[in-house]
Design a binder for this molecule. Structure first.
Ligand code: PEP
Length: 236
């Protein structure tokens, strides 16, 4: 079953998230679509949402703590309030814009995997590494698995080349397949592709062998587009 995930980043309010989830939930129910859907709203938009069972609302980020003195962060006490048991870890914006190190990512991963959370773990190389070639790309990606237990049961991986995220530049199907095949040879977990996935390219991307779904930023913010993506992925 194809996995489709929506990363809202710093977009949508609690009100518009509620409307969005109602729209997507009704669409899935009416069409009896069965994909596994993950939606990551902002932390301020987490709430007790009623959705169809195949929609899972997760956190874009949280600190590895129950509670404490970590200004600006949230922990499991805040996630438990809304029964959130899914988290995105290692997203490129957290690595490259917010400065998370592999060490801090690994300790977050360890904390949330010990609690049994569903983890979508992101890896992907910046442009200069891609330009240096496939060997360098794979070396870079393997380093992003340092300290990460890839045998963890509740793990989904997302390959998201940094140069393709939010840029409108999608990786070619051969770029995707080179990296996905290499990862799948070593790690037997669902593997999503992310990076400028849109309504008009989702079909081609999901048809690449070893692509089990997509993690979508920009194109997911519009509920109508996201519904269309769900429809296309169900009809494959
Ligand atoms: C993302 O944020 O994970 C992402 C893939 O963004 P976009 O679809 O906008 O490239």
């Amino acid at each position: 079953m194809t996995i489709i995930a929506a990363n809202f980043k710093t977009n949508h309010t609690r009100k518009s998230t509620k409307e969005y989830l109602e729209t997507v939930s009704t669409f899935i129910e009416d069409n009896k679509f069965e994909n596994e859907i993950y939606i990551f709203p902002t932390a301020t938009s987490l709430d007790e949402y009623k959705t169809v069972p195949n929609i899972n609302v997760g956190a874009q980020n949280a600190y590895p703590t129950q509670k404490g003195s970590f200004t600006g962060e949230i922990g499991t006490e805040q996630l438990d309030e809304f029964d959130v048991k899914t988290i995105l870890i290692g997203h490129s914006e957290r690595r490259h814009v917010l400065g998370e190190t592999q060490k801090s990512i690994a300790s977050k991963y360890e904390y949330y995997s010990n609690l049994g959370y569903k983890i979508i773990y992101c890896i992907g190389e910046p442009l200069e590494v891609k330009e240096a070639g496939l060997d360098q790309t794979l070396t870079y990606v393997w380093e992003q698995f340092e300290g990460i237990d890839v045998n963890y049961d509740n793990l989904i991986l997302a390959y998201e080349p940094v140069w393709a995220i939010g840029t409108g530049v999608t990786a070619t199907t051969s770029d995707i397949s080179n990296v996905h095949n290499a990862i799948k040879e070593k790690i037997d977990k669902p593997l999503l592709y992310g990076g400028s996935v849109k309504v008009n390219n989702i079909k081609e991307i999901l048809n690449v062998p070893n692509v089990d779904g997509a993690l979508i930023g920009t194109a997911s913010w519009n509920a109508v587009d996201f519904c269309e993506i769900i429809k296309i992925s169900n009809n494959l």
